[in-house]
Design a protein around this ligand. Structure first.
Ligand code: GLP
Length: 242
């Protein structure tokens, strides 16, 4: 594991985008797992800039969604699928369909989850997985208590997550209580994981993830075992690290 601590959120985005670009230059056909969340926005903008400047071509990549709310229309600005398309994929010259979505409106959610796992396997696995972290230590929507051997599935969100994400919605009671997420074992199977976090609110989660014994109470702590993990933090998020 490599932990990189920089001064500011914009430096986190720069360092992370630079690691992604380096990785893609040596792995141009990589399958990429895409996270949503405000922390990721800076990376996506820098990748769009790199594309516009001719420094990267995403034409040979396939993309996989990390997580999604249940019951949010895919055209809603709060849909993670919509965010990934409108804030990134639509700006980097990739065809429709290169994003393997998690459809939170599927009639048969169990089949949706197993088909998603099958799609990852058929593509040869996820090479690069981008991740954020929740204040409660979740990755994707794997809340505290999630099994380390969990795969893609429907989950219930904890109140802390509902509250943290409520600013994206009109009010807290509009935040979905359920989501669909890659499981912890699904995330662990990615060959390279790049997790970023900024701000003091994430500091306790980062300390538990990196410094406490592994526990389902901090789902991100499973990543301590990952053979190829880079964690990029700003000083505020690193506040509680030794
Ligand atoms: C959200 C999402 C995660 C995201 C994390 C951090 O609830 N489920 O995919 O990485 O929490 O989000 P943010 O970057 O907005 O703090």
């Amino acid at each position: 594991m490599e932990v990189v601590i920089v001064d500011s959120p914009s430096q986190v985005a720069q360092e992370a985008a630079s690691r992604v670009l380096d990785y893609l230059h040596t792995n141009p056909t990589a399958n990429i797992g895409l996270a949503t969340g405000s922390t990721q926005q800076g990376i996506y903008q820098l990748l769009i800039d790199a594309y516009n400047e001719g420094r990267i071509d995403f034409g040979k990549n396939h993309f996989f969604q990390l997580d999604e709310y249940l019951g949010v229309p895919e055209t809603s600005p709060t849909s993670f699928q919509h965010v990934l398309k409108s804030h990134f994929l639509e700006h980097v010259g990739v065809a429709d369909g290169v994003l393997q979505v998690l459809d939170g409106n599927a009639d048969d959610l169990e089949s949706e989850c197993s088909e998603f796992e099958h799609a990852i396997a058929s593509a040869g696995g996820i090479d690069l997985q981008l991740l954020g972290i929740g204040r409660n230590g979740h990755i994707g929507f794997n809340e505290p208590g999630s099994a380390f051997d969990s795969r893609t599935r429907v989950v219930e969100l904890q109140i802390e997550t509902v509250q943290s994400n409520s600013h994206y919605f009109e009010s807290e009671d509009r935040v979905p209580r359920h989501a669909i997420t890659q499981g912890l074992a699904t995330i662990m199977a990615a060959k390279f994981v790049l997790l970023i976090a900024t701000g003091e609110a994430k500091a306790p989660a980062l300390a538990s993830m990196l410094c406490s014994p592994q526990s389902v109470a901090t789902p991100a702590s499973i990543l301590q075992q990952h053979p190829n993990l880079i964690v990029i933090l700003d000083k505020a998020a690193a506040r509680d690290l030794p």
